[in-house]
Design a binder for this molecule. Structure first.
Ligand code: GDP
Ligand code: ZN
Length: 462
């Protein structure tokens, strides 16, 4: 995959009907190849960062499409190489014919992510930024989009660089100035060293902790809405979806007894699953529904358990919830007493672990403020205090998490070495290990396999 030096081409936009599409060329021959099939200005001599109207003609000289050719010359381009972007009409035909013409004139079809790989290899962005490009394309919510953009802009990489320079400082300190095997180690030096190790470990802890939020941003938050038939689950779901109709989408594969729908709330993408009841039953069809509901709950990030305030929670339900909390202690459960509008006074709520609140799902259709306490409870239940975290400090990537965890291990080992008064060389070894792990995230240290793995997940043309 890491062939360099040739000129690559690909359609950079999605297939199908569209007003416009972009076919992209990058490499030393980009201008020559584009010029060979372009009627208009001479693209080999036009200045960088200029756009030119003209026609692309096929190998036999027949016009293919009216286009605008934009020329970016190395090194001031996305890839750091010469780039020509041909903006043509959308649809399946024009971009494909233009691409074939470029291939005919000597370009090679780009592999997935190859433009961004070249940008990385040419030092235009680091590996974490390159990955952010893919995250940005796949972002499913406003916050996920914001976080990927912060990463793309390099603010996340800056944090990692700061960590690295702290560690480098530590290393230099240990390697040059101190020998811990000696008895006469200065107390002040040791305290300073410990303080630096502390700070590094705390930063790593914070980054690792943020991964929970990153995961929720990346994959969405799964909320199961459970409760007895007639409690008002469907009404509540509709009210929640009514929060932001534009982004609501019904999901395929929903069954008669289990409805799934997505909505964006407070920048997070929530996936709600409205289950059929949860009670045990002899009825075959209903039993299947119960099994599915239980399956959904075992994959949930949070359970919203709805009951009818005019009926109350029955002992069987209370026992069920207690058992659930024992079996899945990390699953937050929010108990919602529904049909508040039917009661005159605020009722007493059942004493269970976790938040409980009342509302009227029916009134919430017209009055969204009814849902605010529930929404707040939902966001708090899944993100705790993480929601307020800086975008640039949120780790969204599993690969990064692994390297960060190993970096923390190394820092902890360094601290242990320091406490045991082991020699400075061992300490330095652990610090170097941590540096190595951080370098792997931003790509200072990398292998072809890792690059292949990362970039093969990209779209063609990116
Ligand atoms: P589900 O079986 O749990 O999904 O319950 P539904 O959402 O289908 O609601 C059952 C019945 O309760 C319907 O007739 C709803 O109109 C009614 N209902 C739901 N929420 C409320 C509420 O907040 N107040 C009142 N008065 N009725 C409600
Ligand atoms: Zn229902």
């Amino acid at each position: 995959m890491m062939r360099r030096g040739d000129t690559i081409a690909a359609i950079a936009t999605a297939r199908g009907r569209a007003a416009l599409a972009i076919v992209r060329l990058s490499g030393p021959d980009a201008c020559r190849i584009a010029a060979a099939c372009f009627q208009g200005a001479d693209l080999q001599t036009v200045p960088s960062h200029t756009a030119h109207f003209g026609y692309v003609v096929g190998p036999e000289g027949t016009p293919i499409d009216q286009v605008v050719a934009t020329v970016f010359r190395a090194p001031r381009s996305y890839t750091g190489e010469d780039i020509v972007e041909l903006t043509c009409h959308g649809g399946d035909l024009a971009p494909q014919l233009i691409l074939e013409t470029l291939l005919h004139h000597g370009a090679r079809l780009a592999e997935p992510g190859e433009f961004t790989l070249r940008a990385f290899l040419n030092g235009k962005l680091d590996l974490a930024q390159a990955e952010a490009v893919a995250d940005l394309i796949h972002a499913g919510s406003t916050r996920a989009h914001r976080v990927s953009l912060a990463h793309l802009q390099g603010r996340y990489s800056e944090q990692l660089q700061r960590l690295r320079s702290d560690l480098l400082e530590l290393c230099a300190y240990v390697e040059l100035e101190l020998d811990f095997s000696e008895e006469d180690v200065e107390f002040a030096d040791r305290a300073q060293l410990e303080a630096l190790l502390d700070r590094t470990e705390r930063l790593l802890d914070e980054l690792l902790r943020s991964y929970r939020l990153g995961e929720l941003l990346r994959d969405g938050v799964r909320v199961v809405i459970g409760g007895r038939p007639n409690a008002g689950k469907s009404t509540l779901l509709n009210a929640l979806l009514g929060q932001d109709r534009a982004i609501v989408s019904p999901l395929p594969g929903t069954t008669r007894d289990q409805i799934e729908a997505e909505a964006e709330i407070e920048g997070l993408r929530f996936r709600f699953v409205d289950t059929a009841g949860l009670r045990t039953t002899a009825d075959q069809i209903e039993a299947e529904g119960v099994r599915r509901a239980q399956q959904a709950i075992s994959n949930a990030d949070v359970l919203v358990y709805v009951f009818d305030l005019t009926v109350g929670l029955d002992p069987e339900e209370t026992a069920y919830l207690k058992q659930l909390q024992a079996e899945q202690p990390t699953l937050p459960v929010i108990v919602v007493g529904n049909k508040r509008d039917l009661l005159e006074e605020e009722p007493a709520l059942p004493a269970l672990d976790g938040p409980a609140l009342t509302l009227s799902a029916r009134q919430a259709r017209a009055d969204a403020t009814q849902l605010q306490p529930l929404i707040q409870a939902l966001v708090t239940a899944v993100t705790a205090d993480l929601a307020s975290m800086e975008d640039s400090a949120v780790v969204m990537n599993q690969r990064h998490r692994q390297h960060l965890a190993r970096a923390r291990e190394a820092v902890q080992a360094a601290r242990a070495a320091l406490n045991q008064g082991v020699g400075g060389d061992l300490l330095a070894l652990e610090l170097r290990r941590a540096l190595h792990e951080l370098g792997a995230i931003t790509g200072e240290i990398t292998t072809e396999d890792v690059l292949d793995q990362i970039f093969s997940r990209f779209c063609i043309g990116k």
